[in-house]
Design a protein around this ligand. Structure first.
Ligand SMILES: NC(=O)c1ccc[n+]([C@@H]2O[C@H](COP(=O)([O-])OP(=O)(O)OC[C@H]3O[C@@H](n4cnc5c(N)ncnc54)[C@H](O)[C@@H]3O)[C@@H](O)[C@H]2O)c1
Length: 250
């Protein structure tokens, strides 16, 4: 158990994808986990399930990361409950595929604010506690959309994820003197049961065909990379690690 007694705070962790899979994997390694998500009830339910299945302490809190007060309240609740936050995983993300020419301001703002503003709010709220304890691991969930044109309709999403990569590098410089690492894990297409509600069938087929490795990527593939960064990967910081089945190589 590499994370026994550590506390991990995750955003967007009550869904069917990478966030919940990462929370479960960190809990399997003994971490107490703070499950936050815009869906408050699901956050509580997932937190309860993990506590009873994996015998760790958990807290489930509703937290829309685009709202500064919600982020600050969730971090405060986590610190009151556990006394420290050792790991922050900024996983919350959203996409509303739309061509630029017809994109509403609100659509642009929603996608940018969830990824960029949300990550900024969470880092700013958690860093004082990490600095005080002289250690911490921050992992941002990016996307290879930052480096390659996904397809028409993803300009806002790609711009947000590219911004996240730049944010990661700069914050890693600021945080390093405090023994805090900051990295981005950037997946390409990772299948979960909600994907068909977001993307049309031919788009899903097209994304899968771009992957040389002969199976679908799973949320757990990404979670395993996060686990490395928050356990053995102490000297890795400011990096973007891509989990793509070979669909993006650099
Ligand atoms: N699934 C993929 O193919 C894929 C590929 C590349 C990157 N990603 C990124 O991985 C992350 C996880 O995506 P996933 O597809 O695995 O699903 P997921 O279930 O892990 O994450 C989505 C969760 O974020 C929550 N969320 C959305 N807006 C929020 C907000 N404002 N505040 C708090 N929570 C919010 C949703 O309720 C949902 O539970 C996202 O950042 C996504 O952009 C996913």
């Amino acid at each position: 158990m590499k994370l026994k007694g550590k506390v991990a705070f995750l955003t967007g962790a009550a869904g069917a994808g990478i966030g919940q899979a990462t929370a479960r994997l960190l809990a399997k390694e003994g971490a107490n986990v703070v499950i936050t998500d815009a869906h408050e009830e699901r956050s509580r339910t997932v937190a309860k399930e993990i506590a009873s299945e994996l015998s760790v302490n958990t807290l489930g809190v509703g937290c829309d990361v685009t709202q500064r007060s919600a982020v600050e309240a969730a971090v405060k609740a986590a610190l009151e409950r556990f006394g420290s936050i050792d790991i922050l995983v900024n996983n919350a993300g959203t996409n509303r595929p739309t061509p630029v020419i017809t994109m509403a301001d609100e659509t642009w703002d929603l996608v940018l604010n969830t990824t960029l503003r949300g990550t900024f709010y969470c880092c700013r709220a958690v860093l004082p506690a990490m600095i005080e304890q002289g250690s911490g691991r921050i992992v941002n969930i990016g996307s290879t959309a930052a480096f390659m044109g996904l397809s028409a309709g993803h300009a806002h999403y790609a711009a947000a994820k590219a911004g996240l990569t730049a944010f990661t590098r700069c914050l890693a410089m600021e945080a390093a003197p405090h023994y805090i690492t900051v990295n981005t894990v950037s997946p390409s297409f990772i299948y979960n049961e909600f994907i068909p509600h977001i993307y049309p069938e031919d788009e899903i087929r097209r994304m899968q065909e771009m992957i040389p490795y002969p199976r679908k990527g799973t949320p757990d593939d990404v979670a395993q990379t996060v686990l490395f960064l928050v356990t053995d990967g102490e000297y890795v910081t400011g990096q973007t690690i891509c989990v793509t089945g070979g669909s993006w190589m650099h």
